[in-house]
Write a protein of this length. Structure first.
Length: 116
């Protein structure tokens, strides 16, 4: 006997405009990624990004970013963090370059890899 399965109709979650606006403001002012903020709120990051495009005011610079204004102190902190990260990545790159140079050198033994 085959029991007929009636597919249940999925209903989309409806969010109020106030919640959407609050979520977008939280994301833009927190400095966190959309994925992190969306996970905290229990929504998908793509939905949060879509709300941002619809609800966030355009950026005064005209770049469409809609980011929050930051104080000079915040910019200095971010700048110093980015410089520190840049230095770290530069060191890692240099280490890899040196390693590649060492590994690509021919062996220095007298037999040069030949068997007696």
């Amino acid at each position: 006997m085959n029991a007929s399965v009636i597919p249940s109709k999925k209903t989309r979650k409806q969010f109020e405009k106030a919640f959407k606006q609050h979520a977008v403001e939280l994301w833009l002012n927190s400095g966190k990624t959309a994925t992190v903020v969306a996970a905290e709120l229990g929504i998908h990051a793509q939905r949060l990004s879509a709300w941002r495009t619809r609800l966030a005011p355009p950026s005064p610079r005209g770049d469409g970013g809609g980011g929050a204004k930051r104080s000079p102190e915040q910019l200095e902190v971010e700048n110093s963090e980015l410089r520190r990260e840049n230095d770290y990545l530069r060191q890692q790159r240099d280490i890899l370059k040196k390693t590649l140079g060492i590994l690509s050198e021919p062996p220095s033994s007298g037999f040069n890899g030949l068997k007696p």
